[in-house]
Design a binder for this molecule. Structure first.
Ligand code: PLP
Length: 398
């Protein structure tokens, strides 16, 4: 039988016509608690002899619907949704790690993940090394006897480094370690890490999955045993549960994910080419550009290159500030994956908390600008950037 395509799954997976009312759109179960028919049923549900809902921190039908959709999209056995992307990162890691463990992490991961690994987990005697994942030999050498898991982000935020997932999966398998991947930038429309050998996929659903900049959420996708442990042991206790309304908004957003990702990628490709040719631009990073250092890997593992671009101006940080202050259509804001084009300066915003030396080691230079290309007409975005770049003038050339 023909396997359903990703656009069909994005719409239909996990959903269905409501058997009680015939509602075509999924209902929102905006409830905290669920009544038992009698004491015996309550006891049976509590002891897991019978399936049923108890309390939304334990599970909720709207969340379950979204979880089935995510598992289908990523090709995983099961999914768990969480209150935010950071809740997904922390819950996934806390499900596995013990004091005395070591985590091998690719350099240049999202700042929240970096801070959790560097500061929060260190308080619990978990060690971490951030190593260049684009150099697998170096990466493998950093595995210690107490390494408990490998964590990577590809494309990375905001350097857009691309890591070869199949190669790192192979290293992880040879050392008997699980591989966790943050797939926020690519989405399952861009790459499917579980098919390339990863064990756990993490998302900030706040970004492309939701897609409209109006709901925060996260997700973990993987094998049933791991997800059930994350759900029952970690999430229930730590409490980072997603609200049913946000789950519904995200589910609605996912219906158009494949369409949006194609449009984001098309716009981003044109803008990346425009920036690369502009005399005020020193360097452009976009996985779809042949000049990207890991373009060949991106071609091999990514179906779409996504909507994220980072670039550096000839005039460095000052020119960047001037550009951001002169734009009219692009919005100066953090976050990404929105319908609107968002522009930000990692060194002074998202990555301000990372010590400068460490930041530079991760490739996040003072003048790096991050662009989350939206779904506006590409000509309008280019016109806005072109006008902003023209204000920089000769004085900002090297
Ligand atoms: N992972 C990546 C790659 C991100 O970019 C972000 C946020 O920007 C997160 C995780 C954290 O997600 P959230 O803001 O939903 O907690």
């Amino acid at each position: 039988m023909r396997k359903e395509g990703i656009s069909t799954l994005a719409i239909h997976a996990g959903e269905g016509i409501c058997p009680t009312t015939g509602s075509v759109a999924p209902p929102i179960y905006q409830a905290t608690t669920f009544a038992f028919r009698n004491a015996e049923q309550g006891a049976a549900i509590f002891s897991e002899e019978m399936e049923g809902y108890v309390y939304t921190r334990w599970g909720n039908p709207t969340l379950a619907s979204l979880e089935r959709k995510l598992a289908a999209l990523e090709g995983g056995e099961e999914a768990l949704v969480t209150a935010s992307g950071m809740a997904a990162v922390t819950i996934a890691l806390l499900t596995v790690l013990d004091s005395g463990d070591h985590v091998l992490c690719s350099k240049g991961v999202y700042t929240g993940t970096y801070k959790f690994l560097s500061y929060s987990l260190r308080r619990f005697d978990v060690e971490v090394d951030f190593v260049d994942g684009t150099n697998p030999t170096l990466f493998e050498k950093a595995i210690h006897p107490n390494t408990r898991l490998i964590y990577i982000e590809t494309p990375a935020n905001p350097t857009l480094d691309v890591i070869d997932i199949a190669v790192i999966s192979d290293i992880a398998r040879r050392h008997g370690l699980p591989l966790f991947i943050d797939n926020t930038f690519a989405t399952p429309c861009g790459q499917r890490p579980l098919e390339l050998g990863a064990d756990v996929v993490i998302h900030s659903m706040t970004k492309y999955l939701c897609g409209h900049g109006d709901a925060i959420g996260g997700a973990i996708i993987g094998r049933r045993k791991f997800i059930e442990e994350a759900r029952k042991v970690t999430l229930r206790i730590y409490g980072g549960v997603l609200s049913p309304f946000n789950a519904w908004l995200i589910m609605r957003g996912i219906h158009t994910l494949p369409l949006r990702m194609r449009a984001h990628s098309q716009n981003a490709m044109e803008i990346a080419k425009f920036l690369e040719e502009h005399p005020a631009v020193k360097m452009v990073r976009y996985p779809g550009l042949p000049s990207h250092p890991q373009h060949e890997i991106a071609l091999k593992q990514m179906k779409l290159f996504g909507g994220m671009i980072s670039f550096e101006l000839m005039g460095g940080e000052e020119a960047g500030r001037k550009l951001m202050n002169s734009l009219r259509l692009c919005t100066l804001a953090v976050s990404l994956g929105d319908t609107r084009t968002l522009i930000s300066h990692p060194a002074s915003m998202t990555h301000a908390a990372v010590p400068r030396e460490e930041r530079l080691r991760f490739g996040i230079t003072d003048g790096l600008i991050r662009l989350s290309v939206g779904l506006e007409d590409v000509g309008d975005i280019i016109e806005d950037l072109d006008r902003g770049l023209s204000y920089l003038g000769e004085s900002h050339s090297p």
